[in-house]
Design a protein around this ligand. Structure first.
Ligand code: PHE
Length: 466
């Protein structure tokens, strides 16, 4: 029976906090608001912003895609992030336990699906992060190649991508096994602004390129017919979930380490806008470069390769400065990728810790090894990687759909949870957020996930010629 007033609830949460800490102190706690923001932005900002956004946007019709993307971030991304926050902070548990606690046994299945999604995404995410490692080494040792298309083909075939993937998984597992420590938060604090600074410099430079106008034209001119295409709507929404790390319990897990005086609404807004800012500026760099070098053809042949072909080409064209900027860019990208990979492994690890009562070390190492093995497939085949990338997006959409249904219709106290710690202005937003979560998100996201699975099938047919 829910009692009026919050005191008994607060007490039970206090007891729970102590229990969590007593269980060997496995669960990390954020001590500061900045720590949480950085971890969440570190999770959100990654390959999705700088690699995936430009390529998905170019597949989805450029400008129409960007416009839809902003709308969807506001109308769906933020309410969904708040939904995950309400479940995570409301239960202070990792996804499986959180959903079981608030929704019963059946809903804990959704938690298992989230963990599975974590496995799938990290398996190929670390392969791409491995390419980034390779490009960093290239830049440092020999400079960027003058034939970037050929180099991309080399980097992604044979055994090298396997070794680099294993290296990234090793690093990620090491960090997670140590806990999401201050080191990573501090690194994000320094490197995220560096990354943003570099991107802005690159965007200014890209504006002077001969192909800039054409590139912007493709990137920013809205075309109404594309806006009405449901496939593009679904891609834009899928990308939004991907980029914001939504639909697999990542934000849920992070928010389970939050105190009740945090204004969830404000945090969600900061995270969403930082994430969009990075993706948008990445597009301002990539599109002019693609058009200046006249490599639209290459890019559409190998969409996943857009960043890895276009940017090294640009860095070569910039001479010595290009080499320095390029190295910084790829190093920063790697940091973004690693912080995201850490958050993915953290979802799996925290669930294994809670469900099997294992200490953090064996839990993270076990999960890391299984994911590393799973990643051998996308490491060895670009076709598998393309299919898995679409699968990731579809699964995130499905996960997001169930999250919206859960928070909108099953969990009773989401609005109360959002109200805790909220400012006056944030409080005024809550009714609108709840209306969106109940009535807008479920139907829209259901359509998105159906389209997502259709895209998986299409990509499968395209890649394997079935
Ligand atoms: N948001 C990350 C990116 O943009 C990817 C990610 C997805 C991370 C889901 C965690 C969970 O690169």
């Amino acid at each position: 029976m829910p009692c009026p007033g919050e005191a008994p609830e607060a007490d039970s949460f206090l007891i729970e906090d102590q229990m969590q800490q007593n269980e060997g102190g496995q669960r990390e706690l954020f001590n500061t608001r900045l720590g949480f923001i950085l971890a969440a932005v570190g999770s959100a900002v990654g390959l999705g912003n700088m690699w995936r956004f430009p390529y998905v946007a170019s597949e989805g019709g450029g400008a129409a895609f960007v416009l839809l993307y902003i709308l969807l971030t506001l109308a769906i991304g933020i309410p969904l992030m708040l939904s995950e926050f309400s479940v995570g902070r409301g239960s202070r548990l990792s996804p499986i336990g959180a959903l079981r606690k608030l929704g019963g046994r059946r809903w804990s299945l959704l938690g298992f699906m989230y963990v599975l999604t974590g496995f799938i995404i990290l398996a190929y995410y670390s392969v791409i992060a491995g390419w980034v490692v390779r490009y960093c080494i290239d830049g440092i040792l020999s400079g960027f190649p003058s034939a970037p298309g050929d180099r991309f083909a080399q980097v992604t075939s044979g055994w090298p991508p396997v070794w680099y993937h294993l290296f990234v998984m090793g690093t990620t597992t090491f960090i997670v096994s140590m806990g999401v420590q201050k080191g990573i938060e501090r690194a994000s604090l320094i490197l995220m602004p560096v990354l943003f600074g570099i991107l802005i410099l690159l965007a200014i430079w890209a504006a002077t390129l001969p192909g800039a106008v054409e590139g912007y034209g493709f990137y920013l001119r809205p075309s109404v017919s594309e806006l009405l295409d449901p496939r593009i709507l679904s891609q834009a929404a899928g990308q939004a979930f991907y980029s914001l790390s939504l639909g697999m319990g990542c934000m849920l897990t992070f928010s389970s380490y939050l105190s009740r005086d945090t204004d969830l609404n404000r945090e969600a807004t900061v995270i969403a806008f930082s994430d969009f800012g990075v993706a948008f500026v990445a597009g301002l760099v990539v599109f002019p470069v693609i058009f200046a070098l006249g490599i639209q053809g290459d890019v559409s042949e190998s969409t996943v390769g857009a960043l890895f072909i276009a940017l090294p080409g640009a860095f070569v064209a910039m001479g010595t400065i290009g080499r320095v900027v390029g190295i910084l860019f790829f190093v920063a990208l790697l940091v973004g990728a690693i912080t995201s990979a850490v958050s993915l492994l953290e979802v799996v690890t925290s669930s294994v810790i809670d469900e099997f009562k294992l200490p953090r070390r064996p839990a993270s190492i076990g999960a890391g090894i299984v994911i590393a093995l799973l990643g051998l497939f996308p490491a060895m085949s670009l076709s598998i990687l393309s299919v898995v990338d679409k699968l990731a997006e579809a699964m995130l959409a499905l996960g997001a759909f169930f999250m919206a249904v859960f928070v909108g219709w099953v969990a009773k106290n989401a609005a109360d949870e959002l109200r805790k710690g909220a400012s006056e202005r944030s409080r005024r937003m809550i009714p609108a957020v709840m209306v969106a979560v109940r009535f807008i998100l479920p139907p829209v996201i259901l359509v998105v996930s159906i389209f997502g699975f259709v895209a998986v099938w299409r990509t499968y047919l395209a890649e394997f010629g079935g």
